[in-house]
Design a protein around this ligand. Structure first.
Ligand code: COA
Length: 293
């Protein structure tokens, strides 16, 4: 029996939704489109059922926060954020987040389709069929790379400021957190950006946390509530805090495993760590200034 069942909404609503998404995609693909104005207009229609200019006349406070130029994101306060890249994606992140608060965003059918339409205009790379459920958070969006058929469940945090790569068929479960930046223990403004790599077919399960710079090998699984502080080998099931491989999946269909050859996910080059703040050059070794408890 299949695990996922087909579901539909009324043909009339589906037709309306598809038409609207087609128009939205066309406008986003046009480099001349003013994304801030477009987002303010869409949100005014969805939230208040009237054109933005009319809303501004009658309810200026309600209108104010619909225009992305009038809101700020946490990422904008950090030196690590590239202002130009962020300015391109900010209106669409605002649209994504704000639609999550509406019936359109909370319904799986429309919510998944809307996010699928927005994804190629926000992320660094996106494969086919990305599936995002509601209330997913990003740091900047433009540093996220997705393979094909990636699923991201509710309330996931993808802190992509230092870069996150998620491979084909990977699944990130509810309330999981994936990071790509760290702070020095003695000087919190001393930030290091570390690319985090989640391999093909990996499952990061509920409430797990993956720390910056970790590589999780293909087909591995991170158990519920685990905190991943070190790389996880392919096919491993890593559990606990700190997460350690406790078992390995036995894959009779894995050619690398049989040949005992290096696994492809071990060969993926990872970006070197980067310092976004020139006041803190890379001279402090890890553990600097601490002592054993
Ligand atoms: C990894 C996981 C699958 C283990 O399940 P399981 O194979 O049924 O494991 P068991 O219940 O037989 O437990 C085996 C041992 O591991 C321990 N254990 C199980 N899950 C654990 C976890 N997440 N963290 C730490 N220890 C765990 C058990 O307590 C047990 O220990 P014991 O032998 O000392 O009693 C499960 O913990 C998990 O993370 N499930 C996530 C579900 C999922 O896929 N969610 C995503 C859906 S979108």
């Amino acid at each position: 029996m299949p695990w996922l069942l087909p579901k539909s909404i009324t043909p009339e609503a589906d037709e309306w939704l598809e038409r609207w998404l087609g128009e939205l995609t066309e406008r986003l693909a046009d480099p001349a489109t003013d994304r801030n104005a477009l987002v303010a207009e869409i949100l005014s229609e969805v939230l208040y059922a009237r054109p933005y200019e009319e809303l501004k006349e009658t309810a200026p406070l309600a209108a104010l926060a619909l225009d992305p130029r009038n809101v700020t994101f946490e990422a904008e306060y950090y030196a690590a954020t590239d202002p130009e890249k962020f300015a391109r994606v900010k209106p669409l992140l605002w649209l994504w987040k704000t639609l999550d608060l509406t019936p359109l965003g909370q319904s799986i059918h429309s919510g998944v389709r809307i996010r699928r339409a927005l994804a190629p205009f926000i992320f660094k790379r996106v494969g086919k069929n990305p599936k995002f459920f509601q209330n997913v958070e990003f740091s900047v969006g433009y540093n996220l790379e997705l393979g094909d058929d990636v699923v991201v469940h509710r309330h996931v945090l993808l802190d992509d400021i230092g870069g996150i790569v998620i491979g084909d068929g990977a699944s990130i479960s509810d309330y999981a957190n994936i990071y790509s930046h760290t702070h020095h223990v003695l000087a919190s403004p001393d930030v290091t950006l570390k690319q985090t790599i989640i391999g093909n077919g990996v499952r990061i399960t509920y409430h797990a946390t993956v720390l910056a710079g970790v590589r999780i090998g293909d087909d591995a699984m991170v158990g519920t509530g685990a905190v991943v502080t070190r790389d996880v080998p392919p096919h491993a099931i890593a559990l606990g805090i700190p997460a350690r491989p406790r078992r390995y999946k036995v894959r009779h269909d894995c050619p690398y495993c049989r040949a005992e050859a290096p696994h492809p996910s071990d060969e993926v080059p990872k970006l070197p760590d980067r310092k976004p703040n020139p006041d803190y050059p890379d001279f402090l070794p890890p553990g600097f200034g601490t002592r054993e408890a």
